[in-house]
Design a protein around this ligand. Structure first.
Ligand SMILES: NC(=O)c1ccc[n+]([C@@H]2O[C@H](COP(=O)([O-])OP(=O)(O)OC[C@H]3O[C@@H](n4cnc5c(N)ncnc54)[C@H](O)[C@@H]3O)[C@@H](O)[C@H]2O)c1
Length: 418
């Protein structure tokens, strides 16, 4: 089939590559020329294992090409929309999605299938189908077909999960579901479940809200552990030996493009207030401030005046092993401490623009704060690092340093035992 993928970011680019490597002719469309140029040159603008080899292979076979020209989308039998759906002033910003739908409307031909992969508030896919009808004078279910097929992959494992995860497909019409199922069968080996568009939207949002609320509970347990002198990670590990308990991992906060906003997308079109989900968000959003308080406490113990302190933040990405800094708690943490301390230095081997070497960044510093669980940070030689520090303070926001290194003032989220 001739497939157009709109939005070539963390989700769209791997998706376009997967369809192209399953034999389809894929045209990738993005509004950013620099993204399109890089992709056509065989370079990925996102970090993901295997992405560049796979990209180069489909480019070489002529199965994928990227463009910024709407005209190039003409003749597409399927459109897959993977644009961002962020929050703006706490409300879903669907302007990127609407713009993509308007682009599709310009070139939509009879019989085509339109799939929204972007995560959206319940009711959105139906609304977008109506918008397409109004813009084209065609009818969904008869002249064209619309389905929601939410993406459930995890960055870092995208190419495996695209194939082996099960998928939820919600067609606006029954035929839309059927067509979408056939299309994903090109590479999906997991189960495919068919439902309505609004149910599919809600399922995706419930999954991420479940995780966000679970993490908030874990974070609240961590705060309690400080009061009771307990190591919350040991307590959680023990609690999780119960066959029906699965407490997630506490930490400096919840970031990325999805978890911090999906609970708000779920609530966006609701007619009343829902307290639990909002409260969970508030707890998770407060965690960078808790880590800042741990830092101030440690500086105080070391008799270092905060206003003269040099702080090193290890990790800017929201999650270990990625370069994605969207809604990263590390950034929120930096925002909180920036005006309280003399200097904030950052080091992230995955993110451009931070210090080049660890040695350079820790030289003369008063405290190190771990904000991302990058694999590179797991086996650092703290004895070596200590030699470069002015004051040996270590604050672990990710529980990567299991045993406090000797000679450090050490604090960590949920480490009430120290
Ligand atoms: N990143 C994830 O891990 C993940 C996982 C599951 C679901 N999702 C959902 O998938 C969607 C995409 O997320 P992402 O992380 O890939 O976003 P992203 O920001 O990495 O990529 C979006 C791309 O779309 C482009 N774009 C914006 N408007 C456009 C338009 N009108 N036409 C064409 N291109 C346009 C942008 O330039 C960008 O390159 C979101 O709804 C997100 O919630 C993301």
């Amino acid at each position: 089939m001739r497939i157009a993928v709109l939005g070539l970011g963390y989700i769209g680019l791997p998706t376009a590559i997967m369809f192209a490597s399953s034999g389809h002719d894929v045209i990738g469309y993005d509004i950013k020329p620099e993204v399109v140029d890089k992709i056509n040159a065989g370079t990925s603008h996102i970090i993901e294992p295997e992405i560049e080899e796979r990209l180069r292979s489909v480019l070489a076979k002529g199965k994928l090409r990227a463009t910024t020209r709407v005209e190039d989308l003409r003749g597409s039998e399927a459109f897959i929309i993977c644009v961002q759906t962020p929050l703006k002033d706490g409300k879903p910003d669907l302007s990127y999605l609407e713009r993509a739908i308007r682009t599709v409307a310009e070139v939509l031909e009879e019989g085509a299938l339109v799939i929204i992969e972007s995560t959206v508030p319940p009711g959105t896919t139906e609304k977008m189908a109506r918008l397409l009808e109004n813009l084209t004078n065609l009818k969904e279910g008869k002249d064209f077909y619309v389905a929601h097929a939410p993406e459930r992959v995890m960055p870092g494992r995208i190419f495996k999960e695209l194939v082996y995860n099960s998928r939820i497909i919600g067609g606006v019409s029954e035929k839309a579901s059927k067509l979408a199922e056939n299309l994903y069968r090109s590479f999906v080996k997991g189960e495919i479940f068919i439902t309505t568009a609004t149910t599919a939207e809600m399922v995706k949002l419930m999954e991420n809200t479940f995780r966000d609320v679970n993490i908030a509970l874990a974070n609240e347990f961590a705060l309690l552990a400080h009061q009771y002198g307990v190591n919350v990670f040991e307590a959680i590990e023990l609690a999780n030996t119960h066959p029906r308990v699965n407490i997630h991992v506490p930490g400096i906060g919840v970031g990325g493009h999805c978890l911090p906003k999906d609970p708000y997308l779920l609530l966006a079109n609701a007619k009343e207030e829902f307290g639990l989900i909002r409260m969970a968000r508030r707890i998770n959003e407060s965690m960078p401030k808790f880590v800042a308080d741990l830092l101030l406490e440690a500086l105080n113990e070391a008799n270092v005046e905060p206003s003269s302190a040099i702080i090193v933040v290890l990790g800017l990405a929201y999650k270990g092993g990625t370069d994605d800094v969207r809604n990263s708690p590390a950034l929120k943490f930096i925002e909180i401490i920036r005006n309280l301390v003399s200097e904030v230095r950052t080091y992230d081997p995955y993110v451009d623009g931070t210090h080049k070497s660890l040695e350079e960044v820790v030289k003369g510093a008063d405290a190190i704060v771990i904000a991302t669980d990058h694999p590179e940070f797991k086996n650092l030689n703290w004895d070596e690092i200590k030699k470069f520090l002015r004051t040996p303070i270590l604050i672990d926001g990710r529980n990567i340093v299991r045993k406090p290194p000797s000679g450090f003032i050490f604090k960590g989220i949920g480490r009430g035992d120290i």
